[in-house]
Each structure stands twice: as C-alpha cells, then as structure tokens.
Write a protein that binds this ligand. Structure first.
Ligand SMILES: Cc1cc2nc3c(=O)[nH]c(=O)nc-3n(C[C@H](O)[C@H](O)[C@H](O)COP(=O)(O)OP(=O)(O)OC[C@H]3O[C@@H](n4cnc5c(N)ncnc54)[C@H](O)[C@@H]3O)c2cc1C
Length: 527
C-alpha cells in the first residue's frame, strides 16, 4: 500500500451530482480537493433521474415551499450556465374530475377538513392555484407562464383519449443528468481538483483531527492512503453505509432508500411537449419526448432497503407505468413497446414519513465530529438543487476549515456552455458550416452534448474519416478520445449510457470496448 503525506483540505466520497457539485464549488474557493468515485461518475442515482430541472409541482401539496421556491429560482440560473445540456420544456397537464390526491398530503388533509365533500379529490381550482404559485414563487425571466390548452383540437390532444378536453400547460426544464455530473467533474479538475474514478473509499480513520483515507483501485485491487482535513460523505444511497462502516460515526441520522424506475418506449406523440399525467391513486407520471425517436415514462416510488442490491425496473413497475399512461392514451401501449428501462434509488433523509411518495425530497446536511475529525454527511437533494446544496455544504465546511472565498458558481458557465440561452440553433448551423460533412442530426447531437467544446473535439477534421474509427450512430474515435481524455470515460457503457445515450442506437459496443481497453493500456504504458 502506498501513501501520500500531503494533507488536502477535502476528500469527497461519491461522484454523483452532489459530490461533483461540492468538489467544483470547493476548489473554486481555493480548497485542495480530491474526489473518489467507486464506479463511473453518475453510475448510481445521478444518471437515473427523470432529468428535469423542476420546482416539483407535486411537492406543493406537501407544503415543501422552501424546496419548491429554491428549485424554481434555480432552474433559470442553471439554464443560463449550461444552455447546451439543458433546455426549457412545456408540460401539458390534462384535467379530469377523476383526479385524486395521495391520502396523507397536508393539502389533502386540510381540504378534507374544511370541505369534507371534496375528500380525496384534486379539484381544478386547486390545480390552478398550484400553477399560479408555481409561476410566481420562482421569479421567472426566461420560461413562459401557465396557459390553458383546448385538447379537442391541436397536437397536444391528438394522442389522448377523447374524454380529455382541457389541459393546463406550464414550464420546467430538461437536463442531461449524467452529462451534468461529468461536466461538473471536468470543471473541478480544470480548476485544480483531483477526480479519481473506479476508486473506492474502503476506510477512513481519524487521528489528531486528520483523516487517513484508504482508497482501493476497483480494477486492480491496489490500495493507497491519502490524508485530508475533512471528509464529505456524498455517497448517495450508500451515505448510511459509509457513515457506519467507513467513517464509523456515532450519528443516528438515517437514509430512506426509495427506488424509482422509468421505461423508454418508441415515440408515442408528434410534438415536443411533455405530459404530466395524474393517476386515480394520487400519484403522477411524466411522458417526455426522449432522444428524438423515443418517449420516456416515469416514475415509481418503491421502498428499496439495501443499497447494494442493484435497482431494476421490475415487471410489476413496467406494467404499472403502462397502465397509468393507458388511462390517458387513445391508442393503448403494451410492454412490447418498451425499448429500454432504467432504475435508480433516491437517498432521502429519513424524516419518518409514512409513505415513500411522502418522504421529503429536500436535502439535509449534517456536520459530524464524532469520529475524531470533521465529516459532512449529505442526505437527499435533487439534481435541480445540486448547486445550492453545494453552497450550503461550503457554509458548513467553513465552520471547520478556512474557506476564504464566497459563493461563485451562479452565473459561471459549465464547460461548453459559454453562449446565450436560445443560441443552440445558431451553434448547430455554424458547426455544419465549419464541418460540412456533418448532417443536422449529428451536429445537433454534438452541440447538445458539448456546446462550444464540439469544435475542440472535432479539431481540423475535413471528412468523417479524419475522426477515426466509426462505432455506429455517429460515434467516432475522436469523440471517444475526447470522452476518455476530458470526461473520465473508461468503458463502452460509460460512453453509450452515461456520456451519451447512443446505446439506444445501432452502435458496436464490443468494438468500442476493445478500442477503449487498448487506449487505456497505451495510457498506462506511457505513465
Ligand atoms: C427515479 C428518480 C427520479 C428523479 N428525478 C429527478 C428529477 O427529475 N429532477 C431532479 O432534480 N432530481 C431528480 N431525482 C433526484 C436526483 O436524481 C438525486 O437526488 C441525485 O441524483 C442524488 O445524487 P447523489 O450525488 O447524492 O447520489 P448518487 O448519484 O447516487 O452518487 C453517489 C455516488 O457515491 C458513490 N459511492 C458510494 N459509496 C462509495 C465509496 N465507498 N467510495 C467511493 N464512491 C462511493 C456511488 O458509486 C455513487 O456514484 C430523481 C431521483 C430518482 C431516483
């Protein structure tokens, strides 16, 4: 086992959105930062979300006003910082008198008390009130406000059952979740942080107020130690295990693991808006245009007690989601229409809520000195609030370390995102002019993934052949090299399912793995 005698300020455990967001913010404030991720970046919950920067309309029913307001304001801050991987979307919420509450929301209880004849019902005026609050709580500048939609004509009503004649339409944003994580890690490294993937924190021992952390290379099994003044436990679903097994803290804080699954089907409708469907069981379901040719449907709320059990979308969850959307669609779909599923585990703070749906989605940060050196444990959170969570984490870190600079991340572009919101079409056209061999679909994919960095990636190529081996689906060696060099990709899965969704296309995963293994071998030889 080798060791490093230098003492860094922070060791961040976990390369999901929260770990990477905190690492980026901390290094930008002058702290020395190392981040260790046991698998690939975003290999757990942060690549399995519904991929929305949203306030969370349904959380209003739980009176989560702080969370909703923070998230609503944050949508536009984030959109401006990353207009390549995030974009505005309109959500169509069809209304029908059958709509029901989940029984134990505070709103449902209040309504049953003051208007007992409304018990369990979610009336239209309440939805309008919620949407009014959604429009006004968050100080919108870019996103359009709520409107009413007549479903009896026009594209929004076309795929829906005729019983739906009216809908409300509101705004939220899309975000490429796993790319967001990779770009935060990339930016952290550009600012001086060290990011280690395939590196597991196996133990953390405190002596004289300093942590000695043992890291294991998960490919080779080799271990080494590093020393740090403070540990940030951003282990997501593993936050509780890390507390008990690695940090060995006395903290009584607990995590509630709630699985959420999605199905991806063939494309179900011909417009670019999303649907927000309400069920008769009080739950909601999104149906979202996905990767041009598909529709993304989700999600579920299932208790998932053990983080070490890989979450999968069970046949029951698949059927539940199919039945849910079939309550709305004119042409019912079946499990035969599913082309892919994914599943993730929400690491929620255990607030003692009765149901998984009701457990708080807000974040909780806990400073803990019980093991002999400071640790900060991160519970809960949303992709949408990751930047604010990181700022709150830095406030807490400042209670133990000398953090000299204040908040800086609002208004600072992510790599490739240094252009105005709304200029994507211009960037695509300019890229096609500079590289005439790109068709529109290819150029759009590159701008939506890399923004202004797309040109750096393509370099001085004048033909597709200049980009090297072709793996199908417009993926070339030049792009793979970029992802390995700048975005920590190591395997075909990292490239096809997290840095992109080219796994949904005709790509040659075996050839890609061979290419990447050889490239990794060459890198090791040089080192
Ligand atoms: C179904 C679903 C839908 C969602 N939809 C949305 C949405 O639309 N919008 C939104 O804002 N939020 C959404 N969320 C919430 C959001 O995805 C999560 O809050 C967020 O991804 C959690 O990030 P994290 O960094 O805490 O955890 P993770 O992404 O799970 O990261 C934790 C990392 O720690 C690593 N790790 C664990 N133990 C160790 C160790 N010992 N050593 C090294 N590394 C370790 C893991 O490998 C993992 O990569 C959704 C969540 C789910 C499950």
């Amino acid at each position: 086992m080798s060791g490093d005698n230098k003492v860094s300020d922070l060791l961040v455990i976990g390369g999901g959105i929260n770990g990477c967001g905190i690492a980026r913010d901390a290094v930008g404030r002058g702290l020395t930062v190392t981040l260790a991720e046991m698998n690939d970046l975003a290999s757990a919950t942060s690549s399995a979300s519904t991929k929305l920067f949203h306030g969370g309309l349904r959380y209003l029913e739980y009176f989560e006003f702080r969370l909703v307001r923070e998230a609503l304001i944050e949508r536009e801050t984030l959109l401006r910082a990353m207009p390549h991987i995030s974009w505005p979307m309109r959500f169509v919420l069809p209304y029908h008198a059958d709509m029901r509450f989940e029984g134990d929301t505070p709103t449902s209880k209040l309504l049953s008390f003051v208007m007992p004849w409304m018990k369990g019902r979610r009336p239209a005026w309440l939805i309008r009130l919620g949407l009014f609050m959604y429009d006004t709580l968050g100080g919108r500048q870019i996103l359009p406000s709520t409107s009413t939609v007549n479903l009896t004509h026009g594209p929004e009503g076309a795929p829906l059952n005729d019983k739906f004649s009216k809908a409300y339409e509101y705004s939220d944003c899309w975000i490429e979740d796993s790319r967001l994580v990779a770009l935060n890690a990339r930016d952290a490294v550009l600012r001086g942080a060290t990011v280690l993937t395939r590196t597991k924190v196996v133990s953390a021992d405190a002596a004289d107020g300093i942590w000695t952390v043992t890291l294991q290379d998960t490919d080779t099994g080799a271990t080494r130690t590093i020393r740090a003044r403070m540990v940030v436990n951003a282990g997501g679903p593993w936050v509780g295990d890390i507390l008990r097994q690695q940090i060995r803290s006395n903290s009584q804080d607990g995590v509630r693991l709630v699985r959420g699954s999605h199905i991806v089907t063939r494309r179900l409708f011909d417009h670019d808006k999303c649907y927000f469907f309400q069920g008769t069981d009080g739950r909601i379901m999104f149906a979202i245009p996905y990767e041009t040719d598909f529709t993304l449907i989700g999600t579920t709320d299932q208790e998932h007690p053990d983080a070490s059990v890989k979450p999968v979308c069970t046949p029951e969850e698949q059927q539940y989601m199919i039945d849910f959307v079939n309550g709305y669609l004119k042409e019912p779909i079946s499990t035969d229409d599913i082309v892919w599923t994914y599943s993730g585990v929400r690491p929620l703070y255990d607030d003692g809520a009765s149901s998984a749906t009701a457990a708080t989605r807000d974040y909780t940060l806990k400073l803990d000195d019980s093991a002999g050196a400071p640790a900060l444990n991160i519970f809960g959170g949303k992709i949408t609030t990751y930047r604010r969570l990181a700022e709150s984490a830095l406030d807490k870190i400042g209670e133990r370390l000398d953090v000299k600079r204040g908040p800086w991340t609002a208004g600072v572009a992510m790599p490739g995102g240094d252009f105005p919101v709304g200029d994507v079409a211009k960037l695509i056209a300019n890229l096609m002019t500079a590289y005439p061999f790109l068709n529109e679909r290819w150029a759009k994919r590159l701008i939506r993934a890399y923004g202004t960095d797309a040109r750096l990636m393509l370099g001085d190529a004048t033909t597709p052949a200049d980009l090297g081996q072709d793996f199908g689906g417009t993926l070339t060696a030049a792009e793979v090299d970029w992802l390995m060099e700048h975005e920590f990709a190591c395997t075909a899965e990292d490239v096809l399912w997290r840095r992109s969704k080219l796994g949904l296309r005709q790509t040659d995963a075996a050839a890609l793995d061979t290419y990447m293994a050889a490239a990794r071998g060459k890198k090791k030889d040089i080192a």
